[in-house]
Design a protein around this ligand. Structure first.
Ligand SMILES: *Cc1c(COP(=O)(O)O)cnc(C)c1O
Length: 422
């Protein structure tokens, strides 16, 4: 059994051989690595290769792989039943913990993925405002619900064209796509579609088109515009929640969104999402209100036990401080290898991205100036050197608390060599 013949078998029975497209390595060429085992900062492939992992299951593995607290929470909980479809105490514990750590969340509901969380936020915003249009930003990814699979042309005020076959034009047409960091475009949209915009959804720190940052004031201006126009401000913190700070990006930038979508870290590696916000809006949900939302496996005890164990451990060890130290160390070890080249290194805490472009990068259009061929070469060079980075220029890499100082040193060495060889 090796990655090559597993992938051949996979392609016969799974479209593209994968259950989520980025795993197929199309952006970098070559064939995916199949994982046999993962522990701490390391993964081991079925081919017997050991790699330092910077994907971390795309964010959830913030304590590294298979952290003992999470594994034992799962196995202890499983002894008492794996799913009930009846209220269980862990749901109350999780709701209380999230509402304490993220004060803008007054009420919360658990779902099974980030996609479900953002999709539910949209329905709720529409139900609450009795309006249909949604504003999103080019380059922000919010999962694969119909309304959100639209990025359309960047730069101009554009009414959405679907990104995917199978998304009805009528639905995409209710999505307005704007360039990130451009408040004038937002103001123009509110003027043009007066009293029709239900809400604005964004990744407060966009991390699905590489990684870039909101300009000073942009998020505050969005908050003001939403309040002024009676629209719901939705922060998609599926990636940044519990990752960039205990209270997510909204804590760092001191913004109170009306609704927040969560996922990834919250599930400790199990399939979980959540969405929450102002009581007045959340109480529109059934059975209290007219907006329907439900889930057979929502509030699943295994997922919540894993998530609670992970969040409490992060808090106990002050994981966010540790992650910042590791991130800063990597950044400083790479600084001279990057400066003066056509490279931009973006980092916030434990999230980072190396763009093969000259700066500045602040929206999708500027991110897309990157040399993806160079990135692909760099990626494979790092893979040979024992590093598993996300297999696309337009993704973000994650450090975990299980990464050691030696891991970071070794990573810096391999990255520097890979850059020299380009
Ligand atoms: C990953 C991600 C999602 C989608 O979450 P899934 O669990 O993959 O459905 C939504 N929004 C953001 C910002 C994400 O990073």
């Amino acid at each position: 059994m090796n990655s090559g013949n597993l992938f051949a078998r996979a392609r016969r029975r799974i479209p593209g051989g994968v259950n989520s497209p980025v795993r197929a390595f199309r952006a970098v060429g070559g064939e995916p690595v199949f994982v046999k085992r993962a522990k701490g900062s390391r993964i081991w492939s079925v081919d017997g290769v050991e790699l330092i992992d910077y994907v971390g299951s795309w964010g959830p593995a913030i304590l590294g792989h298979a952290p003992p607290v999470v594994v034992s929470a799962i196995s202890e909980t499983a002894q008492r039943g794996v799913s009930f479809g009846i209220p269980n105490p862990l749901e109350v514990e999780m709701a209380e913990l999230i509402c304490t750590w993220i004060p803008a969340i007054e009420k919360i509901r658990m779902v099974n993925s980030g996609t479900e969380a953002t999709m539910s936020c949209l329905r709720l915003a529409r139900g609450f405002t009795k309006r249909d249009k949604i504003v999103k930003f080019a380059g922000c990814y919010h999962g694969h619900a119909d309304s959100l699979l639209v990025k359309a042309g960047s730069g101009a005020l554009t009414h959405g064209q679907p990104d995917s076959a199978g998304v009805p034009r009528a639905i995409a047409g209710e999505t307005i796509v704007l360039p990130f960091n451009n408040i004038e475009a937002v103001r123009a949209a509110f003027r043009e579609d007066k009293d029709q915009i239900a809400g604005i959804i964004l990744e407060p720190i966009p991390a699905n088109a590489g990684l870039f940052f909101p300009r000073e004031d942009f998020l505050h201006q969005l908050r003001e515009e939403c309040t002024r126009n009676g629209a719901v401000l939705i922060f998609d913190e599926v990636m940044t929640g519990f990752r960039v700070a205990r209270g997510g990006a909204q804590q760092l930038y001191e913004i109170r969104p009306d609704l927040t979508a969560l996922g990834k870290v919250i599930g400790g590696g199990l399939p979980v999402g959540a969405f929450g916000g102002r009581t007045e809006i959340m109480d529109q949900l059934s059975p209290n209100g007219p907006v329907y939302q439900a889930g057979t496996l929502s509030g699943n005890p295994l997922a919540l036990a894993a998530g609670l164990a992970q969040l409490r451990e992060l808090h106990r060890i002050d994981g966010w401080r540790l992650l910042e130290d590791l991130g800063a160390k990597l950044e400083s070890r790479l600084a001279d290898a990057i400066s003066g080249k056509e490279l931009i290194f973006h980092r916030i805490g434990s999230m980072f991205c190396l763009f093969f472009a000259s700066g500045p990068i602040f929206d999708l259009e500027s991110a897309q100036r990157s040399d993806t061929k160079k990135f692909a070469q760099f990626f494979h060079s790092c893979l040979e050197g024992g590093l598993y980075f996300p297999p696309s220029q337009f993704e973000t890499a994650f450090i975990s608390t299980a990464h050691s100082d030696e891991d970071i040193e070794q990573t810096a060495r391999v990255v520097r060599e890979a850059l020299t060889r380009l």
